[in-house]
Write a protein that binds this ligand. Sequence first.
Ligand code: NAP
Length: 266
Amino acid sequence: MAEPLFDMSATGRPRILILGGTTEARQLAERLASDSRYDAAISLAGRTADPRPQPLPTRIGGFGGAEGLAAFLRERRIALLVDATHPFAARISLNAATAAEMTGTPLFALRRPAWEAGPGDRWTCVDSVAEAVSVLGDAPRRVFLAIGRQEAFHCEKAPQHSYVVRSVDPVMPPLDLPDVTTILASGPFAQADEVDLLERHRINVIVAKNSGGAATYGKIAAARQLGVEVVMVERHRSADVQSVGDCDAALERIHQWLSPVKDRGV
Ligand code: NAP
């Protein structure tokens, strides 16, 4: 049975809802789980077939749009919403901003900074996975596709390339391509292992999302080491929400914002 979210009979401890699905969300959940000042829970979309257990009470599945999330915030009397979803999960972040405004719930985002190209990097920056596939060009190439499974179908537009596709869960339906190798794995991925993967599969271009963070940076460092091109899908501008870049800053923000609320006995 699912662990109950929030003790609705209790007052005094402000309730925090984390929208998760990232390493940073888990780190924040770990820190809040051992902090008796707050009553916190985490929400996951339910995309991963076998998610790792979370350190906080967990709900899984969509809310039913911004209205559904707003109703949840009202019913559970949430004092603070933390959007710690992935930088490419645009819809839930927009819903969070809308629901927070509808209900007057304080909201901030925990968003890891984007990676920046440095000396030796060979990046081609694009705005979408569809554009990334089109800039691969007409001549056949050996592509490492490291963008997760949801948008992998765009590759079917360019079947002349050979693909190595890595994702946590299998791409469904399977890609309709003449030459595709699938790897099921979840990070973190070390640079040395990524170098080995690129060499073993004779990869000459990587398609990646600019996710930021250390866990998946290994492939970017490996590409630099081997002089391999990276087609980098950049982030879209997100809703105008205050954000912090790491877990320590998130905790500081929580303490700042919730101390006065706690004093009011919410
Ligand atoms: P999305 O397109 O922004 O969201 C689609 C819908 O999924 C949302 O409208 C919402 O449904 C539901 N949803 C998303 N995150 C949720 C959460 N934390 N709790 C409850 N419902 C959630 O999101 P996505 O790109 O499919 O990503 C889904 C999840 O995977 C996110 O939690 C994200 O952090 C994680 N993730 C995404 C990526 C990526 O590249 N996009 C990579 C790694 C991890 P309702 O409208 O019904 O509420």
